[in-house]
Design a protein around this ligand. Structure first.
Ligand SMILES: Nc1ncnc2c1ncn2[C@@H]1O[C@H](COP(=O)(O)OP(=O)(O)OP(=O)(O)O)[C@@H](O)[C@H]1O
Ligand SMILES: [Mg+2]
Length: 254
């Protein structure tokens, strides 16, 4: 369970997070929607322990990670993995080294031990196969398209098999068929790991096809959170707009 209370963060003079309250249940897929620049990526980075808030708390399974020093945070977030918005691959490493990165440096979060080289290789190949990129192990990130890089980022997350999975825009900019494959993978991974997933997206079709609950981030806060069926009934200008889009172009709804 992740419990975020009254989270505030400013950069220079911009107050970005203005009192985020959010509870994420174990084993759910929570989708966060919100306008560009509203602070969704900043929120995910706080959950991952990569940013420190100015005020507020983030409890992960009972431990407030905002009170920990860097070494303690590192221990706490070993069960977490993130797909970054810009993929965040290491350009100097080939794809295999990128995908195996967490497993080379950490224990496997499920088995609680380091995997050996053969096990890691197997994991990497399975993950690349799952994202439809078999055989690109020795390529460099710079030779891949944006969509392929995103899928490698996803493979890195899947290969690690963490309990808490954070996805920042996993399908944005991908063609609809690949987006559907990625959504299926997110659900499959979630079911296999019995994990907890938080997905930030602008892709409302994906949101409504994978979410257990949907949250709206606006003005630095989570202003609504509910099941897709109830969320879409909320009378709010942004949600009415989403409803109109879904009704006019009903691609991909459950
Ligand atoms: N490290 C940082 N230093 C200064 N400003 C930052 C930093 N990180 C984020 N910001 C600012 O915080 C605001 C929110 O950024 P964020 O990336 O969280 O938006 P977002 O909701 O994810 O937008 P998008 O949907 O476009 O990805 C932006 O104005 C951004 O410039
Ligand atoms: Mg973002």
């Amino acid at each position: 369970m992740i419990k975020i209370k009254n989270l505030h963060k400013s950069f220079s003079n911009s107050h970005i997070l203005k009192g985020v309250d959010l509870e994420v249940f174990n084993s759910e897929i929570l989708v966060i929607l919100g306008r560009s620049g509203s602070g969704k990526s900043v929120l995910l980075k706080h959950i991952m322990g990569l940013e420190k808030p100015d005020l507020g708390s983030i409890e992960i399974n009972g431990v407030d990670i905002t009170k920990l020093d860097q070494i303690q945070i590192y221990q706490e977030i070993k069960n977490m993995g993130m797909l970054f918005q810009g993929s965040a691959l290491f350009d100097s490493m080939d794809i295999e080294s990128n995908v195996s990165f967490y497993l080379m440096h950490n224990d496997d979060p499920t088995l609680n031990r380091k995997l050996n080289r053969d096990e890691i290789k197997k994991r990497v190949n399975e993950a690349l196969s799952m994202v439809g990129l078999d055989g690109i192990n020795k390529k460099n990130p710079s030779s891949l398209s944006g969509g392929m890089k995103k899928r490698v980022g996803l493979a890195r997350l899947i290969a690690y098999r963490p309990k808490i999975l954070l996805y920042d825009e996993p399908t944005t900019g991908l063609d609809p068929i690949t987006a559907k494959q990625i959504n299926d993978l997110i659900i499959k991974t979630q079911n296999e790991l019995n994990g907890t997933s938080i997905i930030v997206t602008h892709d409302i079709y994906s949101a409504f096809s994978i979410a257990d609950r949907i949250a709206l981030h606006r003005d630095g806060k989570i202003i609504y959170i509910d099941t897709p069926t109830n969320f879409i009934k909320i009378n709010d200008p942004d949600i009415n707009f989403i409803k109109e889009l879904l009704n006019t172009f009903p691609r991909g709804r459950k």
